[in-house]
Design a protein around this ligand. Structure first.
Ligand SMILES: Nc1nc2c(ncn2[C@@H]2O[C@H](COP(=O)(O)OP(=O)(O)OP(=O)(O)O)[C@@H](O)[C@H]2O)c(=O)[nH]1
Ligand SMILES: [Mg+2]
Length: 450
């Protein structure tokens, strides 16, 4: 997610050896400046960052460690608004009301869905979404599909005014003890009086705890400028940067907090519901420095994986009884963790791999489609017991799935190998093998730039 920025830091640090002179430091800061500007970080922010890092490093003696530490401190400083909440905070008096605002097409509706999904799945909250975008009929329908998909309550009425529907929703939320209410609003192509008036009115009625401005990362510095305007005219408590997956530079995320004066709270990096990341400064800095974000990964995993199911699953693996139903269940759980790329970016030392993986979509890969087609052509008994599959059955499955028998054989062989491997790893000494493997991949752990 932050490949370009991480590379910039890595290259700059590479210019300095363990003990060094001012010339090397100048080279490093010049390199950093060039690449940050190229990554679309605002020039004022770059200047401040470079100056502070340079001064700080000099003060502590020029060397790799000192430069790294200065950079880490200044990055954290840049991304932090003192006193701002770390992660999503809930109002002491529920429901917590969040108003989602932004320009047309910026990603408000999608982000509302993602945030609802995050609060429901990771925070285990009772969530309601109110459709206060009544400009377009299709808008309500879009939200209806999204909330149905993630199984979250929607309050909508195509014939009511935004203010009325917000009132109705909030009353219901109080009566039925919802924890969080997210309000999706209409956008406009540009900032105009009508929109501002409508939003001001909705704000008055909703009395929101949070006003999130949803900005499209792909619009570059425009995202920052419009956020500033919304802050002045309506007041915002945070920014969500959407479509970050389409912004290969990523510099906006670095300067935005400092430039707008409100914290960046979430990043949207994909069209699917799990593709939303909390923006928590120290965790992000760790990722920027190539050291991963184990905390966020652990949180995601803990929310997605049901401990009872996990235990049952491990026992099956140990006995070598892993079957096709288990496989499908595991795929469902994986989906909740988000894209492969974002998972890789959170594992220490793996951010480089994240870049290689690119936008690989495991769920929709050819391989996965083939496997799913095969499984759906199996009888329930065959799914339970892969050993039943003799040639006659394989022929039938191949025909049903539109595959040839060689393909079916190949997938079955892979499946068998995988379950053998899993059985081996779960046995005695298996954990140690796994750890050795992880160690090799991490190259010793800690900050990988050292
Ligand atoms: N790749 C990618 N696409 C996104 C992301 N967020 C939103 N989109 C896409 O952007 C388009 C517009 O998103 P919406 O959520 O409808 O935007 P909106 O702000 O509600 O638009 P209006 O209601 O018309 O003002 C949709 O096609 C989304 O799928 C993201 O993080 N990544
Ligand atoms: Mg919308």
């Amino acid at each position: 997610m932050f490949d370009t920025l991480t590379d910039s830091f890595k290259n700059a640090i590479g210019k300095i050896r363990f003990q060094d002179d001012e010339k090397a430091l100048k080279k490093a800061t010049a390199e950093l400046k060039k690449s940050l500007l190229k990554a679309d970080v605002h020039h004022k922010v770059v200047k401040e960052l470079i100056n502070t890092v340079e001064l700080d490093t000099k003060k502590n003696g020029i060397g790799k460690e000192q430069f790294l530490r200065a950079l880490q401190t200044e990055l954290t400083h840049l991304l932090t608004i003192p006193g701002a909440p770390k992660g999503f905070t809930f109002a002491s008096n529920p429901p917590t009301v969040v108003l989602m605002i932004g320009l047309q097409g910026s990603g408000k509706t999608t982000t509302t869905g993602k945030l609802a999904y995050f609060l429901k799945e990771q925070k285990k909250k009772k969530v309601m979404v109110i459709a206060a975008d009544l400009q377009r009929l299709a808008a309500v329908e879009q939200l209806r599909q999204i909330t149905a998909q993630i199984d979250v309550t929607l309050v909508a009425d195509e014939h009511a005014k935004p203010v009325e529907i917000v009132k109705t929703g909030l009353e219901k939320a109080k009566k039925e003890l919802y924890d969080v209410v997210l309000i999706d609003t209409a956008g406009r192509l540009a900032i105009d009086e009508e929109l501002m008036d409508e939003l001001a009115e909705v704000k008055k009625v909703a009395q929101p705890d949070e006003l999130f401005y949803v900005a499209d990362a792909m619009t570059g510095q425009d995202a920052v400028r419009t956020a500033q305007t919304f802050k002045e005219k309506i007041g915002i408590t945070g920014v969500v940067l959407s479509k970050f997956d389409g912004d290969s530079k990523g510099g906006i995320a670095l300067g935005l907090t400092e430039q707008v004066g409100v914290p960046l709270r979430f990043i949207g990096a994909g069209e699917k519901m799990p593709d939303l990341e909390q923006f928590i400064p120290d965790r992000i800095v760790s990722r920027l420095m190539g050291a991963g974000d184990v905390e966020s990964l652990a949180e995601k995993a803990a929310a997605a994986i049901d401990p009872k199911e996990a235990k049952k699953f491990t026992q099956k693996i140990k006995k070598g009884q892993f079957n096709f139903n288990d496989f499908l269940a595991q795929m469902e759980q994986m989906k909740k963790l988000g894209s492969m790329k974002s998972i890789m970016g959170m594992i220490p030392g793996m951010s480089g791999l994240a870049k290689q993986i690119g936008d690989m979509d495991l769920e929709n890969s050819q391989e996965m489609k083939m496997i799913k087609a095969m499984i759906s052509s199996m009888t329930p008994k065959e799914r339970e017991n892969p050993d039943l599959l003799n040639n006659t059955r394989k022929r039938r499955i191949a025909a049903g799935a539109g595959l040839d028998q060689m393909q079916v054989n190949r997938v079955l062989k892979q499946f068998k190998n995988a379950s053998l491997m899993a059985k081996k790893l779960s046995g005695k000494g298996g954990m140690k093998q796994m750890q050795d493997l992880m160690k090799q991949m991490q190259g010793g752990g800690g900050l990988p730039f050292r």
